[in-house]
Ligand binder design. Structure first.
Ligand code: BGC
Length: 436
């Protein structure tokens, strides 16, 4: 087979016409409705026990944002009149070869992970200030209240022992007491999508859906009348687990070799952690078909970093950056221009598919709350793909416009940078304000 025939087949697999996006959005709506009413569904539809902020939230807050390889700690103040001041914010790596720690692998224990986070909270808090605590914990949790959240299952290939099945609020509170902070206790635990929605809705009207398109992927929305309470509540859909999509043979290979085959099917097709992996699997297939050089490195997981993908996608002219990445990652020298073009096309198709699949799920969420699209809707989005990948945000908006040709401008995306940390602060202040 030659390169051009290979690429024609690849397009068949990866290009999603609008009709297919429509079908996906309908399947997504069905999964939402089923999950919400407690029927079996790939969407967990987890209640968050919080609605949109009013602006009246106030007080000193320490916020923790943990959802991947770093944890961020913020010291913030809400004035009760719609504004928030971040006094300090620091990021700490949970995997640090120089310091010699890895709190995320199968050897790490819950007490080490939460002990480390608590020690960082102790570093950032100012003596004499009474804090409420908001914790963005970006993994699927069953919430029993705003500050009780039991981790159902780790995602993003994290493996720390003793956390699954446990209340992360209790784990953190024990660690905080151990770090000499018995007065600080978890007041709110939220998902990062929920944090993103809270932060965006704090300063803008009509935001009712929020998503993370980064290392992981997930979306939440405001359910206007939640069946459990009859009141508005944000629902964390855990949409990365949506399975109403067609996997290519490359997706199936990736899934079979992942830590948890069969789970997080959508996330494995769209999120930053996996996009480079899908590309590596395609490149490996191309190499086996004699269309790219042989390379043992093609068997190594996580070789392509997010930044490599960005460089290739925006590469132009003689595609020298593509050559540089191919050499550094796969020791491939002297690729022909045709081969470089093929690599660029593979990555671009994979990334475009990601944006279009995500758009189809957004469409499902928006139509669930407003089937006739009577009102404007803003979808607040955080994460590296949306923020940094060249073309990604435009592909997403374009797919939404294709889905709503008669309502252009009704469903818009917006960047919500650092929303998950700010959202944790808003959630803690909300919980404390409501308790008073
Ligand atoms: C987690 C979600 C999270 C998303 C984005 C997924 O792997 O399951 O809870 O919101 O990543 O961080």
């Amino acid at each position: 087979m030659d390169l051009s025939t290979y690429l024609t087949q690849l397009r068949r697999d990866f290009v999603l016409p609008v009709a297919e996006l429509k079908e996906i959005s309908i399947a997504f709506q069905h999964a939402m409705a089923a999950g919400l009413s407690g029927k079996p569904s790939c969407l967990k539809m987890l209640p968050s026990f919080i609605a949109l902020p009013t602006g009246k939230e106030h007080g000193s807050v320490v916020a923790i944002d943990f959802g991947g390889t770093n944890v961020r700690v913020l010291d913030a103040e809400l004035d009760g009149a719609g504004s928030i001041q971040v006094k300090q914010m620091k990021r700490f790596p949970l995997i640090d070869q120089v310091a010699g720690h890895n709190f995320l692998n199968e050897k790490a224990e819950a007490s080490q992970l939460f002990g480390y986070i608590a020690s960082k909270v102790a570093q950032l808090t100012r003596p004499g200030v009474s804090y409420s605590l908001g914790h963005t914990f970006s993994f699927p949790c069953e919430q029993l209240s705003i500050n009780q959240a039991r981790l159902l299952v780790w995602t993003k290939e994290i493996k720390t022992r003793g956390v699954e099945g446990q209340d992360v609020g209790a784990l953190l509170d024990t660690a905080l007491a151990g770090a000499g902070l018995p007065g600080i206790k978890s007041d709110a635990i939220i998902n990062d999508t929920v944090g993103t929605l809270l932060a965006a809705a704090y300063s803008k009207k009509d935001v009712d859906v929020a998503s993370i398109c980064g290392t992981g992927h997930n979306t939440c929305y405001l359910e206007p009348v939640h069946p459990a309470t009859g009141a508005p509540m944000i629902v964390n859909m855990e949409s990365g687990n949506f399975d109403g999509v067609t996997q290519t043979r490359f997706d199936k290979t990736l899934d079979a070799g992942s830590d948890r085959p069969g789970q997080q099917i959508l996330e494995k097709m769209v999120s930053g952690y996996y996009l480079g992996e899908i590309a590596r699997i395609v490149f490996s297939d191309m190499s086996m078909s004699g269309l790219l050089p042989k390379s043992e490195n093609l068997a190594n997981r996580q070789t392509l970093r997010g930044i490599d993908l960005d460089h290739i996608i925006e590469d132009a002219g003689d595609l020298s950056r593509t050559q540089e990445v191919a050499k550094r990652c796969f020791l491939m020298d002297d690729l022909s221009l045709e081969q470089r073009r093929a690599m660029k096309e593979v990555l671009t198709r994979i990334a475009q598919r990601s944006a279009r699949l995500v758009a189809a799920t957004f469409q499902g969420a928006v139509l669930h709350v407003d089937p006739a699209l009577k009102s404007p809707h803003f979808i607040a989005i955080g994460g590296s793909l949306f923020e940094k990948m060249p073309g990604y945000s435009a592909w997403l908006q374009q797919a939404l416009d294709e889905l709503n040709p008669t309502a252009i401008g009704r469903v818009s995306t917006m960047l919500a940078k650092d929303g998950s940390g700010i959202g944790a602060a808003i959630a803690a202040a909300t919980a404390v304000t409501e308790r008073i």
